[in-house]
Design a protein around this ligand. Sequence first.
Ligand SMILES: NC(=O)c1ccc[n+]([C@@H]2O[C@H](COP(=O)([O-])OP(=O)(O)OC[C@H]3O[C@@H](n4cnc5c(N)ncnc54)[C@H](OP(=O)(O)O)[C@@H]3O)[C@@H](O)[C@H]2O)c1
Length: 338
Amino acid sequence: MRRAPVLGRVPTASEGAVRDVAGSPPARPRIAVVGAGRCGSALAIAAHRAGYTISAVTSRTPEHARALAARVGAQVVDSAVAATRHADLILLTVPDSEITRVAATIAASGASLGGRGLVHCSGAHPASVLAAARHGAGAVGSVHPLQSLTGGDAAGALRGSYFAIEADERLRPVLERLVGDLGGIPFAVPAGGRVLYHAAAVLAGNAPLALVARAAALLESAGVDADVAAEALASLLEGAARNVRRLGVRSALTGPVVRNDAATVDRHLEALRRDPATRRLYRDLASETLRTAGGVGREEVAAVLAAAGSPSGARRRVGRRRAVHTGVAALAPAPAQA
Ligand SMILES: NC(=O)c1ccc[n+]([C@@H]2O[C@H](COP(=O)([O-])OP(=O)(O)OC[C@H]3O[C@@H](n4cnc5c(N)ncnc54)[C@H](OP(=O)(O)O)[C@@H]3O)[C@@H](O)[C@H]2O)c1
């Protein structure tokens, strides 16, 4: 039996209500996925595993839609407008630059969203970018998994992840239940804070990978095997993330800056002289580490960093000896603790 979309009006029992009726949890909507990429695949597979019906998949490349549809038992449809007809909840997992265009296509088609929910998964955009497609009793929203998703194989990573939700009143409980069923934790980000929210996500989620790439290059220069370097740094990053969760950022900080070990920081900066870009990065991030840890009792390391940032890049005397190190090899004898 074909189910009518049910958001926005009181449903009959046989329709399988999406909306929250008299405090009961909202029923599970049939989901259509528009965009079978990294995020769409992870969400579709996680929802499928959690017992949701993925009713339709569409994507720019039909082959990608077919591959995802096969994994979640969905039918392939040829457009976002067709997907809208096949589901109660439509997830737009297209690139940010495509969201308003796809929403405009749905709006221009005249297809009513009546009773359905249309949701994008962008971190940077508010739900209101979908307003044009909100016909009749339809509801719009956004649900952004604050996680790094690389495709269907990352579905398991959604468990324990935070999801920023912004949605019309009728739709919010449905999205909160979906997130809960995926093992995630829903939280709210006000529409006016979206850009800062996303900038924060990029800093914490993407920037460390750029740092890992630099660190891996240094390890290789120091003679460490590339595979070992990648594994070792991933393990180091995981340990740091676990400590942040357990202790909070300030207590999780370790390393020479926190210990006010100015001599070691000085040796690092000296060893990096032949690689000015990495040296600048090291200095700027060490300065940020110092700000996070607090400057009191860390005056010596602050002085070394300030001297490294001076126009002449002058080296500051540390303690009694003025160590001379050249090349990355100078990193090798440094204490092993991270
Ligand atoms: N990846 C993440 O870690 C992550 C995390 C949270 C949120 N998000 C959000 O998820 C959204 C998608 O990001 P992504 O990383 O998954 O990008 P992605 O891997 O590039 O996937 C985007 C998908 O959309 C499809 N597509 C592009 N234009 C389309 C159109 N006009 N109609 C239908 N399908 C279209 C692409 O098509 P084909 O592959 O079929 O050619 C691709 O499969 C973004 O809003 C992003 O902010 C991503």
